[in-house]
Ligand binder design. Structure first.
Ligand SMILES: Cc1cc2nc3c(=O)[nH]c(=O)nc-3n(C[C@H](O)[C@H](O)[C@H](O)COP(=O)(O)OP(=O)(O)OC[C@H]3O[C@@H](n4cnc5c(N)ncnc54)[C@H](O)[C@@H]3O)c2cc1C
Length: 280
């Protein structure tokens, strides 16, 4: 069907809308950059008072390319919902369009932040449970930092288990900060217990488990290190980062009776993949 031509009145209205339309993002300033390794960094920006998010959500960040086009990418918010700033944990992917721009960003420079936040990996989507497992690979730790800094998380669960899997020990970002979380002003009175399980796959590190998370679940070492059993009656599990890890964990956990969250049916497991891989 051929569309109706727009009436002159309509086109004037459209023009008026286009010229008065508010941008969907705000321009913020990079306040601080913390380098964990050459390619792993935390970026702190100021936060528009209107920017709202639920811990576990992601924002969309935009950087201006040399050709004048803005490159947008999703990034999980790592800072607390009550913080006045926003913080993101980012990896610089060799040759990546956003990574190339981010590598050059300095403190004091502008960055665009979409006004909306997005995502489904939030604790309110789970069926009630006792233990919250946060399984991260690499920068997948980011949203879990935000979730762990939220008092509601500590009220809802008895045990919080954060598992961070990286290749090299130097990539265990926020290790000291995680140890301090339970002593924070808002959380110190909570009876919930936090367990931090570092996993380093490419070198030996005392105190860290030495294999990928699916392997550690398969052979029982993860439950042993956490001192908590994985059980669909009590465990709620978030998985974030590498899609290959997600795929393996989905298969494993489904076989053990865990069910993914659905829009109308709260479940036991939520997954967030940072990139896509072709189907096997
Ligand atoms: C919902 C969501 C949330 C995200 N949150 C974060 C975040 O908090 N921190 C973050 O660093 N990235 C995050 N990402 C990935 C991020 O949006 C970009 O893909 C990444 O910064 C690379 O962008 P690029 O343009 O440089 O390269 P792209 O062309 O977008 O990516 C190229 C390749 O880089 C690899 N890659 C992408 N992201 C990662 C990663 N995080 N770790 C390892 N390898 C990766 C993949 O192989 C991908 O195919 C998220 C993605 C999604 C979908």
């Amino acid at each position: 069907m051929t569309p109706e031509p727009a009436s002159p009145a309509g086109s004037q209205l459209d023009h008026a809308r286009a010229t008065t339309a508010l941008p969907h993002h705000t321009l913020e300033t990079v306040l601080a950059i913390r380098r964990w390794t050459k390619n792993l960094l935390s970026v702190r920006t100021n936060r528009s008072p209107a920017f709202r998010f639920t811990p576990g959500h992601y924002a969309r960040l935009g950087l201006d390319g040399v050709d004048g086009k803005v490159v947008w990418r999703p990034f999980s918010v790592a800072s607390a919902a009550h913080d006045e700033h926003l913080e993101f944990l980012a990896v610089l992917v060799p040759g990546g369009s956003f990574s190339n721009l981010l590598a050059k960003v300095r403190e004091g420079e502008p960055i665009r932040v979409d006004k909306a936040s997005y995502g489904f990996m939030t604790i309110d989507r789970f069926a009630p449970g006792r233990d919250l497992w946060l399984l991260a690979s690499g920068t997948g730790l980011g949203p879990f930092l935000s979730i762990l800094s939220e008092p509601a998380t500590w009220q809802r669960y008895d045990n919080l288990i954060v598992v961070h899997s990286v290749r090299h020990a130097c990539e265990l970002a926020y290790r000291d900060e995680i140890a301090k979380i339970p002593h924070g002003e808002l959380l110190a009175a909570s009876p919930a217990r936090l367990r931090y399980v570092p996993v380093v796959t490419r070198e030996a590190l005392v105190g860290a488990l030495p294999a990928r998370i699916p392997q550690l679940i398969e052979d029982g070492r993860l439950e042993q290190a956490a001192g908590v059993a994985l059980d669909p009656r009590h465990s709620r599990i978030m998985v974030c980062g590498n899609p290959q890890m997600s795929r393996e964990l989905r298969r494993q956990l489904t076989a053990r009776g865990f069910r993914s969250n659905r829009r109308a049916a709260p479940g036991h497991v939520a997954f967030e993949n940072y990139w896509t891989t072709p189907p096997l």
